[in-house]
Design a binder for this molecule. Structure first.
Ligand code: SF4
Ligand code: SF4
Length: 346
């Protein structure tokens, strides 16, 4: 597997990293196998977060006996010193390690949020102290908003930046990659398949071959999937004119009108989990129906009826999505699928 230098961290990491979101869902044994299979393929950069429920714990179990061969990255979405400190301790415990290679501030999405991280004696200082003590090795930041990611790069305080890039969401390629390169900040790409909205791995990863100097995180949910994707990443066949056309077709079809899971629409006064609901169509295709229809997802969907039409979410959505209309439409589809599933399993 080709290695890249991750900016000023000087870490030499594989071009592809293991994304820790999807392993929250399968049975633990499967999740552990997914991590171990990927390590066997040379994918020794693993990214997770305090926000991904059991992901850190599962990774901690999977890397037992192999810690020295792995680069671990985790994140805290907290913005106060005490909470960041507590998150770091929890992450170290869950991952069963005494250091984390890259610790990132998770989803820093507004300038105010960035200022909270940078505040004197605040979260950044806590993480720096942890670095001085050897509890973490490098400091990074993740953002769903390019303007904030660029602002973070310009502060000079972060060694890596994580942003979304895929053939539908291409802005980071022009707007951020050159700046990051200029400032020697390592770039980590998330959502190479737009969080599951893009269903064709060949198109998605052929597109990303255009950016050989970045580390792309791949989330997998079944054994064998990582190898299939690696084969695409490592092949050299060019994108065909038909594939270019297909990418254009998908871009036109999705337009700018799909949810990027950025959560700028929150907080909803009715505590409706908008981005989770927006993901329903993908979840219905990808996840075990039993878990969706009888688990937490069902409670997210039942909350749709609590919407009071205040419109606050739509004012905040940077993509001007018609959120109220969309969540109700998805609710209708979801309940029809759930009813059909329940009827069939009786
Ligand atoms: S319009 Fe509905 S979903 Fe949006 S913020 Fe208001 S209550 Fe929440
Ligand atoms: S609805 Fe808009 S603001 Fe909310 S997560 Fe999706 S893209 Fe982001």
């Amino acid at each position: 597997m080709k290695k890249i230098r991750l900016g000023k961290t000087d870490l030499m990491v594989p071009q592809i990293g293991f994304g820790g979101i999807p392993i929250q869902t399968p049975p633990e044994e499967t999740a552990i196998s997914l991590v171990r299979d990927s390590l066997d393929l040379g994918i020794n950069f693993i990214d997770t977060s305090r926000m991904y429920t059991n992901s850190e714990e599962r990774i901690g179990k999977a890397i037992q006996g192999r810690r020295q061969d792995v680069y671990l990255a985790s994140k805290s979405a907290s913005r106060t010193t005490d909470a960041v400190e507590a998150d770091l301790e929890t992450s170290l415990g869950n991952l069963q390690t005494d250091y984390i290679d890259l610790y990132q501030f998770h989803n820093v999405s507004t300038s105010e949020d960035l200022q909270a991280v940078l505040a004197p004696g605040g979260p950044l200082d806590v993480v720096r102290t942890a670095r001085d003590k050897g509890r973490i090795r490098h400091i990074g930041i993740t953002s769903h908003r390019l303007s904030v990611a660029k602002e973070a790069i310009l502060t000079g305080h972060f060694e890596t930046v994580m942003v979304a890039l895929n053939f539908v969401n291409t802005e980071a390629a022009d707007e951020l990659l050159p700046l990051a390169k200029d400032r020697d900040v390592g770039v980590i790409i998330m959502k190479p398949m737009a969080g599951g909205m893009l269903e064709n791995p060949a198109l998605s990863f052929k597109y990303l071959r255009r950016f050989p100097d970045v580390l792309t995180l791949i989330g997998i949910a079944r054994r064998g999937e990582m190898k299939e994707i690696l084969d695409i990443v490592q092949a050299t066949d060019p994108i065909t004119p038909e594939e270019e056309k297909e990418m254009d077709r998908i871009r036109d079809e999705l337009g700018t009108g799909f949810c990027r899971m950025c959560n700028y629409c929150q907080p909803c006064p009715q505590k409706i989990m908008i981005s989770a609901i927006m993901y329903t169509q993908v979840a219905l295709k990808r996840f075990d129906p039993e878990r969706i229809f009888t688990g937490e997802w069902d409670s997210f969907m039942n909350k749709i009826e609590d919407c009071v039409d205040c419109g606050k979410c739509e004012e905040r959505c940077p993509y001007q999505l018609p959120i109220r209309e969309r969540i109700r439409e998805l609710g209708t589809r979801y309940f029809a699928a759930r009813d059909a599933y329940m009827a069939q399993s009786k």
